[in-house]
Design a protein around this ligand. Structure first.
Ligand SMILES: [Zn+2]
Length: 184
């Protein structure tokens, strides 16, 4: 007997029953079932939290209560990697919301400086986003370089530890002539 195949409403790929999760959403009192992968569900929840955090940061920078929905679309474009100029749409192919937020925080002084010279909050928002858009790639490179340095430092530290341990083992062997333990 063939069982029905379902597609994940989030990633549009097939769902095997053991990785399925059914979401129950009621719109206007009607119950709607959405089938979604567990991993997709978790990813989507994480994205939501990251977007919320980004929006809070933007509100603080601009001292505003609400972000216009048209601006949400622009944030999503940056997230998805959409090329609005050439009308190319992609999905989750751009920069993570977390990284966009980090860039906003980093560029905060630059954004703040532009505010008195621009009229209208939507123009101010757009100009700030342009600053973020222009610097986000440099931020990525900077973070990668920092990460590589960190790994290099960890490697050096690990090597020192290994040298220290092997010296201790040699000393131990000489003095007590114990057999080496199995785990070495
Ligand atoms: Zn999925």
């Amino acid at each position: 007997m063939r069982t029905r195949e379902y597609k994940c409403y989030y990633c549009k790929n097939k769902i095997k029953t053991n990785e399925e999760l059914i979401e129950n959403k009621s719109n206007d009192g009607k119950k709607v079932l959405y089938r979604i992968h567990k991993t997709c569900f978790e990813f989507r929840e994480k994205e939501k939290l990251e977007l919320d955090s980004l929006v809070e940061t933007i509100k603080k920078i601009y001292n505003i209560e609400i972000i216009p929905s048209s601006f949400y679309v622009r944030l999503q474009d940056l997230r998805n990697g959409n090329d609005t100029y050439n009308k190319v749409k992609k999905s989750k192919n751009g920069y993570r919301y977390k990284l966009i937020e980090y860039t906003y925080r980093k560029k905060y002084p630059d954004i703040k400086k532009t505010l008195p010279n621009i009229n209208g909050s939507i123009n101010q928002l757009n100009y700030g986003l342009a600053i973020v858009r222009n610097s986000i790639n440099d931020v990525v490179l900077e973070l990668k370089a920092r990460n590589a340095r960190k790994k290099e430092l960890e490697k050096v530290r690990d090597e020192k530890v290994v040298t220290k341990i092997s010296k201790e083992i040699v000393v131990d062997k000489k003095e007590k002539k114990k057999p080496l333990p199995d785990w070495l």
